[in-house]
Design a protein around this ligand. Structure first.
Ligand code: G1P
Length: 297
């Protein structure tokens, strides 16, 4: 089995109903945070962590994602004709050389576990990454997936990206059970999908980053419908950890839940403040706005 993780699965078949009407004809993963679609932040993070094959698990309404990562000859030749090299560079930088895309269809919306299983023929018998583009993560020391890769290289065990959450919010996440750990790495000895706060084993929630060993596929095949009537990745991980070590890694950085309107707005504000071209002007604007807000009723 290859030691290096070079494949990443992006489950992008979901309908994105929380953002209707914006997501009626556009995939939610194409919503921009400032000037880049969410899916491209996820792809950039994967590539920076050494991923060279991007596997998108899509559905019929997601063609815009394929177009985004494909060459657009018409636009490129027009920009060339106009001498717009800077814009051409932006287009060409979307998918660097040596990185390829594969698209697999998830014919029915049976959940995250099912989506990952759909990628099995492309992943094969290799460890791989799963990235949920809804969770936009601004890593501090380095991007989140790169931090997790360092843990994988040391332990060769599946790694789940986690974050400490408000204990009242456990019903939104997969929650791990642990007997402790150190240096941000926790042994996982249980995991449960969206538990009620009264029964949640901890306040450590899985965010949309996973490094998984290929044995997960055998368990996904056996996984029955769980929370929400869906085939949950969490339930397959619960079986996997009975057979081999699974660790959780509390990443160093800040996560924005862009599957939620407020989280998406927060991400937009923070990324705009840090934007090379817009940051200063946007900061000035916000400052003036804060004055207005102070006067509001
Ligand atoms: C999925 C997973 C959940 C995880 C979450 C992270 O849930 O099933 O375990 O904590 O992503 O964003 P979803 O947000 O798709 O309901």
């Amino acid at each position: 089995m290859p030691m290096q993780i070079t494949k990443a699965v992006f489950p992008v078949a979901g309908m994105g109903t929380r953002f209707l009407p914006a997501t009626k004809a556009n995939p939610k993963e194409m919503l921009p945070v400032v000037d880049k679609p969410l899916i491209q932040y996820a792809v950039d993070e994967a590539i920076s962590a050494g991923i060279t094959q991007l596997i998108f698990v899509t559905s019929s309404s997601k063609r815009a994602i394929e177009d985004h990562f494909d060459k657009n000859y018409e636009m490129e030749s027009e920009l060339e004709r106009r001498g717009k090299q800077d814009l051409l560079d932006i287009l060409k930088g979307i998918l660097p050389e040596g990185v390829s895309c594969v698209y697999v269809r998830q014919p029915v919306a049976l959940g995250l576990g099912h989506a990952v299983l759909c990628a099995r023929p492309v992943v094969g018998n290799e460890p791989f990454a799963v990235i949920l583009a809804d969770d936009l993560i601004n890593g501090n020391s380095k991007p989140c997936l790169g931090q997790m890769m360092d843990v994988y290289k040391e332990l060769h065990a599946s790694v789940l990206g986690i974050e400490r959450i408000d204990p009242g919010m456990t019903q939104r996440y997969g929650i791990i059970k642990t007997d402790g750990g150190n240096n941000r790495v926790f042994n996982v000895n249980g995991i449960i999908e969206k538990p009620h706060p009264d029964v949640a084993p901890s306040d450590l929630a899985v965010v949309g980053r996973y490094l998984l060993r290929p044995e997960i596929f055998g368990f996904l095949e056996k996984t029955e419908r769980g929370a929400g009537g869906e085939i949950q990745l969490t339930d397959a991980i619960a079986m996997l950890l009975k057979e081999q070590a699974v660790v959780a890694y509390e990443f160093d950085g800040k996560r924005f839940d862009c599957g939620d309107k407020l989280g998406y707005l927060k991400a937009t504000v923070e990324y705009a403040l840090n934007h090379a071209e817009l940051g200063d002007a946007f900061r000035e604007y916000l400052k003036s706005k804060i004055g207005d807000l102070g006067n509001a009723e």
